[in-house]
Design a protein around this ligand. Structure first.
Ligand code: NAD
Length: 369
């Protein structure tokens, strides 16, 4: 048995329980992981509230690292005792996107069925009812069985909490800058929204040697934190978006070359597009509700050669990128540890959700001894 955060249907505290669930032995191509650190991500809120429908009962969570506890038959890449970070997207390997070398765009990933690749479920309630595992990893538990392909070995000495964040927010934010947008040295950058994802965009912009990195949030305290991970300027978002746009233009001689939206709100998506200078690029990283629509003026986009890019998972190729981001952290070039402001126990997860919804804190990480 293992303790796991389980939701039976979307809703409030009454729908979330921390229950004992049975976790089986790993089958062929699977491992059992004992989690050491699990980050909370805003997408977990979308599942709690039903904004993104998830078949239930399910174990939540998409950002974790832990130690390999057992390996099933045919597991060759991993060994017991190794620290691994989990990827929430295991590409199918055969679709058009995978064949073209874009695993982050795979529409047929077995992860999206919230089961093992062979269709099996690996968790069950005390009554034997199957429990789905979000993206096949369902990280908010003390232990889980996951596909070997989802577990990426991390270099020795990496803090498990840092490894957990590499599994989602760091790869998403850093990758949006260095892989999706390929920001060149000397460019000016603005990042709107300074949660784990936005602060990772800031770190990515510093890594790319952007000349000006303007960090924008509605919470003043976030601006100083952004400076500590590489921002050159902080800008408190105004309730009047015209004022925010005017300030961005003033600070960058007409608008930042690259603007990253890392919240998932229609008004800030529109702000990002509107504030672009000639030839500028808006990169949309925040996830909106499915039905959200934004609008923009077409003529200046075309006439001014402006661009809008979407970035899923920071174009991550986890086996290549996770160890690379860990090495950059070790070398002092990605201060990932500064994104973590609370290390909590599994029993504190409900209050951690409240804090996540308020937008006030940084990354909260559930840690296990
Ligand atoms: N593209 C991807 O693959 C991917 C992967 C993971 C997460 N995401 C998405 O990235 C987004 C950010 O995730 P997170 O975990 O960092 O969220 P978070 O809640 O930790 O951070 C959001 C930040 O935005 C700020 N904010 C909110 N409204 C604002 C406004 N009107 N103006 C300025 N700032 C405002 C908040 O104060 C907070 O600092 C979410 O939409 C999440 O779903 C995308």
């Amino acid at each position: 048995m293992t303790r796991a955060v389980q939701i039976s249907q979307p809703g409030g505290p009454e729908q979330l329980k921390i229950a004992d669930v049975a976790v089986g032995d790993p089958g062929a191509g699977e491992i059992r992981i004992r989690h050491r650190a699990v980050g909370l991500n805003f997408i977990d809120v979308y599942h709690r509230t039903g904004v993104y429908p998830l078949p239930m009962p399910a174990t939540l969570g998409m950002e974790a690292a832990g130690v390999v506890e057992a390996v099933g038959p045919d597991v060759e890449r991993l060994r017991i005792g190794q620290l691994v970070a989990l990827s929430w997207l295991v590409p199918c390997g055969v679709c058009r996107a995978c064949r073209a070398g874009r695993p982050w765009a795979c529409p047929d990933s077995p992860s999206f069925r919230h089961r093992m690749p062979d269709g099996a479920t690996v968790l069950a309630t005390g009554d034997g009812e199957p429990v789905l595992s979000y993206c096949g990893i369902g990280t908010m538990s003390a232990a889980a069985v996951v596909p070997e392909a989802a577990a990426i070995a991390m270099p020795d000495g990496v803090d498990p909490a840092v490894a957990a964040l590499i599994g989602c927010c760091v790869s998403t934010g850093v990758g949006a800058v260095v892989k999706t947008a390929v920001v060149p040295a000397g460019a000016s950058v603005a990042v709107i929204g300074l949660g784990g994802v936005g602060l990772s965009c800031v770190m990515g912009a510093a890594l790319a040697e952007a000349s000006r990195i303007i960090a924008v949030d509605r919470v003043e305290g976030k601006l100083a934190i952004a400076r500590s991970v590489g921002a050159t300027d902080g800008l408190l978002a105004s309730a009047d978006r015209g004022q925010t746009i005017a300030a961005l233009r003033d600070m960058t001689d007409g608008g930042p070359d690259f603007i990253f939206e890392a919240i998932g709100r229609v008004d800030t998506v529109e702000l990002a597009v509107e504030a672009l200078p000639l030839g500028g690029t808006a990169v949309l990283v925040g996830m909106t509700p499915f039905e959200a629509r934004a609008s923009f003026a077409v003529y200046p986009l075309v006439d001014g050669s402006r661009r809008i890019l979407g970035s899923n998972y920071g174009f991550a190729d986890p086996p290549v990128d996770f160890p690379r981001y860990a090495a950059l952290h070790r070398d002092g070039r990605l201060p990932i540890d500064r994104l973590i402001d609370r290390r909590i126990g599994l029993d504190d997860v409900e209050s951690a959700f409240d804090r996540l919804r308020s937008g006030d804190g940084l990354r909260q990480v559930v840690v296990f001894d």
